[in-house]
Design a protein around this ligand. Structure first.
Ligand code: NDP
Length: 410
């Protein structure tokens, strides 16, 4: 039915590639391309051994529009799944426009030299995608992604008016490392060290990082301290659901994680500007001054998120807690998924955070290839019909559960 190019060969791309190979009736032709082709080839071998799928591979620097145009022009995919890093969103969108390919990603663009993300950079491509008759699907991981689709599903089936939205993201897993991040450490640390931000009464309210927190109960897990963060799906959801009076995003962190994060910040290791460092020359003839970015150096010494799966136990629990009106009366609704790190590892070799991102990315691609989510322009996932996506979510490894008129604790 369709030809996909997956860009990236990290944790999320690995999970998405497994799921693509499990759905060969939809994904008839698959290529994985990334900066380091060796990783693509290793993954292709695993996929071939497990599913008998013949996956092609290629090397590409996705920061280069020219290289991307050459690859896309030669392979001619129906859809490019950008599972590299948010830095590459714009170059990949540009190359899609130049070669007539459709586009999907899981995280909104951020410039390398500024820890700041917002949709405006990608929304600026709307007209060009519309005119080209191409579709770009933005933010199709779990959060953003499933959380936005949960909200669309609630609006379609359970509310006349959504008024209060709280997205709650709990990772109650234990990887038995002193400190590690669950996805790309550079992107992760940039995200959570930012100031908090939430939407209330028509405007954004900024908080200090981790300033607002409270214990919330998560199904099958219990109470966990949850911190208000700025998260990208809030930006599109308050536009697409203008009745929302307040929208917030909460994520759990353990005390040990926060202590390490404090130290990392206080000693300057989360800096994203260049510093000079005296390093031994490769030929052994003394030292030379090189420029390094401390956060990128830190990434190189932290555990690789892809290697956490084997000893990861416990589960994630991510969902939407919603209050609003139906038939003139106030109702509450909680829709969520719990995902076991071990089950994710057994199926794909990756931990639950990569799994909960890679599975929705595959389902979004499936929605596009089946013609269920295909309209020209640049769209956030809540702009599409949530029903076929939710049906797939239930059967592709991320079953979801609902509670009606319960205490949301918020
Ligand atoms: P990883 O660091 O594990 O993988 C990133 C991959 O991208 C690596 O294979 C890397 O190659 C490749 N890459 C990086 N730069 C380039 C480049 N210039 N050209 C080609 N390939 C490149 O990250 P994750 O898999 O953990 O995360 C992937 C994406 O998913 C990120 O954008 C992240 O923000 C997003 N995400 C979204 C979530 C959601 O719920 N929406 C949750 C978690 C993550 P190399 O191996 O050579 O470094």
């Amino acid at each position: 039915m369709g030809k996909v190019l997956i860009i990236g060969a990290g944790g999320v791309a690995t999970v998405a590639a497994h799921k693509v190979c499990q759905n060969r009736d939809v994904f008839t032709d698959v290529m994985i391309a990334s900066r380091t082709e060796r990783k693509c080839k290793e993954l292709a071998k695993v996929l071939n051994d497990k599913y008998g799928t013949d996956v092609r591979t290629a090397q590409v620097d996705a920061d280069s529009v020219d290289q991307l145009v050459e690859l896309l022009g030669a392979y001619k995919p129906d859809l490019v799944m950008n599972l590299a890093l948010p830095y590459q969103d714009l170059t990949i969108m540009e190359a899609c426009l130049q070669t007539g390919c459709n586009y999907l990603d899981t995280a909104n663009y951020e410039p390398k030299d500024e820890a700041h993300f917002e949709y405006s950079w990608q929304w600026a491509y709307r007209e060009r995608f519309e005119q080209a008759g191409l579709c770009a699907i933005l933010g199709c991981g779990f959060d953003p992604g499933v959380t936005s689709i949960f909200t669309a599903y609630a609006a379609k089936h359970h509310f006349d008016e959504i008024q209060y939205l709280d997205i709650v993201d709990c990772n109650a897993g234990n990887h038995h490392k002193a400190f590690a991040t669950n996805f790309n450490p550079e992107i992760n640390i940039r995200e959570i060290t930012q100031k908090g931000l939430y939407w209330e009464d028509g405007k954004y309210i900024e908080t200090e990082p981790m300033e607002i927190h409270k214990p919330l109960n998560y199904p099958n897990i219990g109470p966990r301290e949850s911190y208000l963060l700025h998260h990208e799906e809030i930006e599109s959801l308050v536009i697409n659901y203008p009745t929302i009076r307040r929208a917030r995003f909460w994520m759990t962190f353990g005390q040990q994680y926060l202590t390490y994060l404090d130290v990392i910040q206080n000693i300057g290791m989360s800096r994203i500007d260049e510093v000079e460092y005296k390093a031994p020359k490769a030929d052994g003839t003394g030292d030379e001054v090189v420029k390094i970015v401390p956060l990128q150096f830190l990434k190189a010494v932290l555990p690789n998120p892809q290697d956490l799966g084997e000893n990861y136990d416990g589960e994630t629990s991510i969902g939407c807690r919603i209050r609003g009106l139906r038939g003139g009366e106030e109702h509450t609704y909680y829709v969520y998924n719990n995902c076991s790190h071990q089950a994710a590892y057994e199926e794909t070799g990756m931990q639950g955070v990569s799994y909960t991102t890679g599975v929705p990315a595959m389902i979004g691609a499936m929605m596009f290839l089946k013609g269920l989510w295909n309209k020209p322009g640049v769209h956030n996932v809540e702009e599409f019909d949530p029903d076929p996506f939710m049906q797939q979510l239930a059967t592709q490894g991320l079953p979801w559960h609902e509670m009606h008129d319960c205490d949301l604790e918020l």
